[in-house]
Design a protein around this ligand. Structure first.
Ligand SMILES: C[S@@+](CC[C@H](N)C(=O)[O-])C[C@H]1O[C@@H](n2cnc3c(N)ncnc32)[C@H](O)[C@@H]1O
Length: 172
């Protein structure tokens, strides 16, 4: 399970500025960001590929749901006002695997997989909020967003001693 860290707190503070009916978080784990979403959205759905992480998620409101699945692949015929993810974003380590942090060979492949699974589930006026790190290949992400006609806006930046974190908002 991913223990809430600087990145989780950073994104959960930003999420507070968004309101609406339906929100989705991909990679919920123990629910730090999910609980913030729940304050401002009528219904929140969280997914995680790791069932054990979801088991540790604390109390939710009666309208909220957690689903163990890959990205948003279990969801159909639904459109969200806000889709959020603090994805695994580190380039894969050579000698071990950890699905909570391994973002693929250049650190953005898992995020691109998440985005691919949610593009058709975003309301026309909806927003996607993602966390990206200076340690991953932002050029590859940039090419993906341009190819899919997503408008990109930087919402916040945080410098840590080993990396810089950015929160990016995407819209259609
Ligand atoms: C960096 S952690 C973020 C956890 C939590 N949202 C937070 O901010 O503290 C990334 C999460 O994504 C989950 N994850 C990894 N691959 C996934 C996939 N293909 N589909 C859904 N969740 C996935 C991991 O299990 C992990 O809980």
């Amino acid at each position: 399970m991913y223990l809430p860290s600087d990145d989780s707190i950073f994104l959960s503070n930003i999420v507070n500025d968004y309101h609406g009916q339906l929100a989705l978080e991909i990679g919920t784990s123990s629910g730090t960001i999910f609980r913030e979403l729940s304050k401002n959205f009528s219904i929140v759905i969280g997914t995680d590929i790791d069932f054990n992480s979801l088991k540790h998620s604390l109390m939710m409101s009666k309208n909220d749901r957690l689903i163990c699945c890959d990205a948003a692949t279990a969801l159909h015929n639904v459109k969200f006002d806000l889709i959020v993810s603090n994805p695994p974003y580190l380039p894969n380590a050579k000698n071990h695997t950890d699905k909570t942090v391994d973002g693929g060979p250049t650190g953005v492949e898992v995020l691109i997989h998440f985005l691919t699974s949610v593009i058709d589930k975003l309301n026309n006026n909806g927003k996607i909020l993602i966390l990206v790190s200076s340690l991953s290949d932002k050029g590859k992400l940039e090419r993906f967003t341009s190819k899919n006609n997503l408008i990109k806006k930087q919402i916040a930046q945080k410098d840590l001693f080993y990396e810089t974190l950015q929160i990016i908002e995407l819209s259609k």
